[in-house]
Design a protein around this ligand. Structure first.
Ligand code: UDP
Ligand code: MG
Length: 143
């Protein structure tokens, strides 16, 4: 079990002014912020980040959405981080998300769903490296 995950506050949530409330919920749920920045993704960066979905019908729209404005990637640490963070954000489709989850509160639909969360320890490592250099993370993680 790893203790790291990558969150992204996506462009819709940043644009709608929800970034502060979402970060507050993440901290109150017991996650430590290890690195954070605001960036406007290039097409190449968004395509690379979501390469796992490149054959899916929604890939083009997903890249458009993720490059539509600034987003906030956040490297998080907590025991059981991947699973606990996915519980905090709720299902991909906010209509199916539990009450009180971040997506239930802030997402519009299955595409514009406010936040990203890594789905495995292996992908968490890769996704954190997509946004943060070793130097940016060094000394911030407890191990
Ligand atoms: N997405 C979409 N249409 C779909 C499924 C997903 O536009 O039918 C978008 C949505 O923004 C989602 C992202 O693609 O968060 C990645 O999909 P994934 O299945 O990995 O969902 P997640 O891991 O974000 O819950
Ligand atoms: Mg996913």
């Amino acid at each position: 079990m790893s203790n790291k995950t990558l969150a992204i506050i996506k462009p819709d949530a940043v644009g709608n002014g929800y970034a502060g409330e979402i970060i507050d919920k993440i901290i109150k749920a017991g996650f430590k912020i290890k690195a954070m920045k605001m960036v406007r993704l290039t097409r190449a960066s968004a395509e690379g980040f979501y390469a796992i979905h490149k054959e899916r019908p929604f890939f083009g729209e997903l890249v458009e959405y993720m490059t539509s404005g600034p987003c906030i990637p956040i490297a998080l640490e907590k025991e059981n981080a991947v699973e606990d963070y996915r519980k905090l954000i709720g299902a991909t489709d906010p209509a199916k998300a539990e009450e009180g989850t971040i997506r239930k509160l802030y997402a519009k639909d299955i595409q514009f769903n406010a936040v990203h969360g890594s789905d495995s320890d292996e992908n968490a490592e890769k996704e954190i490296s997509h946004f943060f250099s070793r130097d940016e993370l060094l000394n911030n993680y407890s191990e």
